[in-house]
Write a protein that binds this ligand. Structure first.
Ligand code: 5AD
Ligand code: SF4
Length: 447
């Protein structure tokens, strides 16, 4: 195939970000190089998100630009990948005239062949079936856009939980864990190339191994990864409260590489709504798990996702969500207005809310959580944190990194540190979304 350039526009979660990295590494394998702008690319890919309606709209506006791209560059190959591709399949090809291919979430490995075929005969292609062994699970992509010392590693894909609001089981298929040996060799290779921090990815990472029947567990995987020379930090996302157990709390307490942070989506503080969401736990059960975790791992940072305006959410249910935020005091949350999604059970429930009510509730959640997050950040002033330097901020030119608890720290001026250093930092200021720190020393590294 003639060499050329590619451009990937990515929407959505870290899973998608990493899938884009996988696609980029496949395209680089073909000899293509990244283009500086979309309209200059020979291959243009939109990697899409379907989690909420707003995300899907963004995809269609990105695709709206295709006509002008193709007018300038008729040989361009345009592909839609990701969750909207999986959800819409042929419909996307019909709706977007200039589109050449629709590639489902299990077909990333087919990308080179699809591009070859289009270049060869200009056929229009839809590949979007679920496979029992999704090829994309096995593609290692050793780059994380943000930093040369941090990398994502897929440990499982799909989700079999069917929360009543969620499109993921339909767009990513059933839960499939990747073989432990494959994960370990990918991480060893990354560590040998200088990667110091990995983030294990999956929709439900703490259910890792449950579909494999060979005795693998998430805590077991963490303890294997802890032995890898050169690897300093292990993070993971996303965990499900129902599958959170003492083994994971103990692994987080005992293993030096495992960072003191968990993203454990609560979604609602009302048991009635949690039941309607099919979440599989009550708020008192969630609270007990948090207590266990905080006892095992003092100072652990806990973040969550919350949904407001789920169909039938009464004012009392909503107040319980606010109370839950006050009680748990998450370090940070991501909160969303409920959005009715195709195929999901919640779409068919009665009592959907007007946008206005959802927006009001969301604003109350934001205000409350902003206060709590700021309180944490102010309380951090004067403390000393271990920070892994990830890069230089393009805006300020300052070095930045993260604490073990996943808080972003921008170093103040005159710090003699380099990307990849693990340093001791005194927090000098707590801002709304980040911390400012000053280097006071270097910590010993085991690499
Ligand atoms: N509406 C609003 N938020 C949603 N999420 C998932 N599906 C929906 C939906 N239909 C949120 C959940 C999930 C996060 C990734 O996105 O909070 O944890
Ligand atoms: Fe969606 Fe629930 Fe699966 Fe998370 S656990 S991906 S919210 S179905």
């Amino acid at each position: 195939m003639a060499k050329g350039t590619f451009y990937i526009e990515t929407y959505g979660c870290q899973m998608n970000e990493h899938d884009s990295e996988k696609m980029a590494s496949l395209l680089e394998g073909l000899g293509l190089t990244p283009a500086s702008e979309a309209d200059k690319a020979d291959v243009f890919i939109v990697n899409t998100c379907a989690i909420r309606e707003k995300a899907e709209h963004k995809v269609y506006s990105a695709l709206g630009k295709l006509t002008s791209y193709k007018a300038k560059n008729p040989a361009m190959v345009a592909v839609v990948a990701g969750c909207v591709a999986q959800q819409e399949k042929e419909k996307l090809l019909k709706r977007v005239r200039d589109l050449d291919a629709v590639l489902g979430t299990h077909q990333i490995a087919e990308l080179p062949a699809v591009i070859e075929k289009i270049k060869h005969d200009r056929s229009r292609i839809v590949e979007a079936s679920f496979c029992s062994d999704a090829g994309s699970l096995h593609i290692a992509a050793p780059r994380k856009g943000r930093s040369p010392v941090c990398s994502f590693v897929t440990i499982m894909q799909g989700c079999s939980n069917f929360c009543s609001y969620c499109v993921v089981p339909f767009t990513r298929g059933p839960e499939q864990s990747r073989a432990r040996t494959e994960i370990i060799s990918e991480v060893k290779e990354l560590a040998a190339r200088g990667v110091k921090e990995i983030t294990l990815l999956g929709q439900n990472v703490n259910a890792y191994g449950k579909d494999r029947r060979d005795g693998d567990s998430f805590a077991g995987l963490l303890s294997n990864l802890d032995q890898i020379p050169g690897l300093l930090r292990v993070r993971f996302t996303t965990s499900h409260p129902r599958d959170f157990d003492d083994d994971l709390a103990n692994a987080m307490a005992d293993l030096g590489t495992v960072c003191e942070h968990i993203h454990l989506p609560l979604q609602s503080g009302s048991d009635r709504i949690l039941r309607a969401m099919n979440r599989g736990y009550t708020f008192p059960e969630y609270r007990t798990k948090i207590r266990t975790l905080r006892e095992a791992v003092p100072g652990v940072a806990i973040t969550a996702d919350m949904i407001v305006g789920f169909p039938g959410e009464t004012e009392e249910d909503f107040q319980q969500t606010l109370q839950a935020l006050e009680e748990i005091r998450f370090d940070q949350i991501f909160s969303f207005k409920f959005s009715a999604r195709p195929n999901t059970a919640a779409r068919r429930l009665p009592l959907h809310f007007e946008e206005e009510i959802k927006a009001e509730r969301l604003a109350k959640v934001h205000a409350l959580q902003d206060r709590i997050t700021q309180e944490y950040h102010h309380a951090a002033e004067g403390t000393v944190e271990e920070v892994l330097i990830e890069g230089t901020s393009p805006k300020s030119g300052q070095l930045f990194g993260r604490t073990r608890t996943n808080k972003i720290v921008n170093l103040d001026a005159a710090n003699d540190a380099r990307v990849g250093d693990l340093i001791e930092v005194e927090i000098v200021r707590g801002l709304n979304h980040s911390l400012v720190g000053h280097k006071i020393g270097r910590t010993t590294q085991d690499s």
